[in-house]
Design a protein around this ligand. Structure first.
Ligand code: SF4
Length: 350
């Protein structure tokens, strides 16, 4: 484990970690969040399946919302075999509304691999599975198996940035500090303690420094303006997408198409055409021709943000001989639920 600076007063030195670890772990023992994936069995072990599902959810979903989906998914698919045996469509239906659907597709793919070859019990084994990157592999291997792997997520980045008063910490910088500070005796607890501190005390805009167990070692607090660390990251530009959708049927029974592609692949939705060119002309005509539909009537527009895109859908009702199906039985994106709600009576779906 690297000693990041020889001075005993500098964060990263052996003296510094020696003070920090008991302070944070004692705080964690008293204040850890109670979360359903943290339950342990009689031997004090966590179920790796539940840890894995929770970590995939938390990659892009806030804890409060992720908790609802976690309960739902683990109730419907209580173990990896049940998940592997389910059709992908059933997994997508359980994931409906959670967004970033590649996670659900990879969850299903990885479950099938594990059902055939067994569940890995090392960082490297988890890293080899679809949808599992270095953060997720470190979290699962430390939390479920006690492997000494430091996690590096947004909470950890913020806490370490402040502790060391580093304004613009990059990935390598954070990982090096996280590795150096990791408590190898309790790696899972240490990782969760840092994450809980970031979520509960060292919050983005108004850190609650008087309640922080690390206050006496915090360089950002000493600077007088802890919230200035880290500097805000530049956001990726949002791509604006305009499209036209056709509703043939009604809010309960409609003609649906299965989506393809990385964004919503596997989900179902109203037939859609992207508007191209400045005026976006022709999209409605193309849709009407393709579906042999007629008599379009504008119902309204809906918008939804997903994965750096702002999508606006102009929704038309139209007549066609194409058969409708029960929309409640298919996995749909929130954008499609919003479109169906234009006909009224569907607010519960949003
Ligand atoms: S003292 Fe304040 S800024 Fe420093 S780690 Fe604690 S909460 Fe964060």
């Amino acid at each position: 484990m690297p000693d990041l600076n020889p001075s005993p007063d500098w964060p990263g030195s052996a003296d510094f970690s020696g003070r920090l670890r008991p302070a944070l772990l004692n705080w964690f023992d008293a204040h850890a969040r109670e979360l359903p994936w943290r339950l342990v069995d009689g031997g004090g072990q966590r179920d790796p399946y539940r840890v894995w599902v929770s970590e995939i959810l938390l990659q892009q979903t806030q804890v409060a919302r992720g908790r609802v989906y976690f309960e739902h998914l683990t109730e419907q698919f209580p173990d990896v075999r049940a998940l592997a045996a389910a059709p992908l469509e059933a997994v997508l239906k359980a994931w409906e509304g959670c967004g970033y659907y590649a996670r659900a597709r990879n969850l299903h793919k990885a479950a099938k691999i594990m059902a055939a070859t067994g569940m890995p019990d090392t960082y490297a084994g988890w890293l080899a599975l679809p949808g599992v990157g270095p953060y997720t592999a470190a979290a699962i291997s430390s939390l479920a198996y006690g492997e000494a792997r430091a996690v590096n997520d947004g909470n950890v980045r913020r806490v370490l940035s402040r502790l060391f008063a580093e304004v613009q910490p990059d990935e390598r910088w954070v990982q090096a500090r996280a590795d150096a500070l990791l408590d190898s005796q309790r790696p899972g607890d240490w990782n969760e303690a840092l994450m809980d501190l970031g979520a509960m005390i060292c919050t983005p805009r108004t850190p609650h420094c008087p309640a922080c167990p690390l206050a006496s070692s915090c360089a950002a607090l000493k600077s007088g303006d802890p919230a200035a660390y880290p500097a805000a990251k530049k956001r990726s530009p949002v791509k604006v997408v305009q499209a036209v959708a056709l509703l043939i049927g009604d809010a309960q029974t409609a003609y649906l198409e299965q989506r393809v592609g990385a964004l919503l692949g596997g989900l179902y939705g109203l037939p859609t055409e992207i508007k191209e060119g400045q005026a976006g002309e022709g999209a409605l005509d193309r849709l009407l021709t393709r579906l042999e539909a007629h008599s379009p009537r504008l119902l309204g527009s809906v918008s939804h943000s997903m994965t750096h895109r702002q999508i606006t859908l102009e929704v038309y009702a139209a007549e066609s001989a194409l058969p409708g199906e029960a929309v409640g039985k298919r996995p749909l994106s929130r954008l499609d639920h919003k479109a169906l709600a234009l006909l009224g009576g569907q607010d519960r779906l949003l």
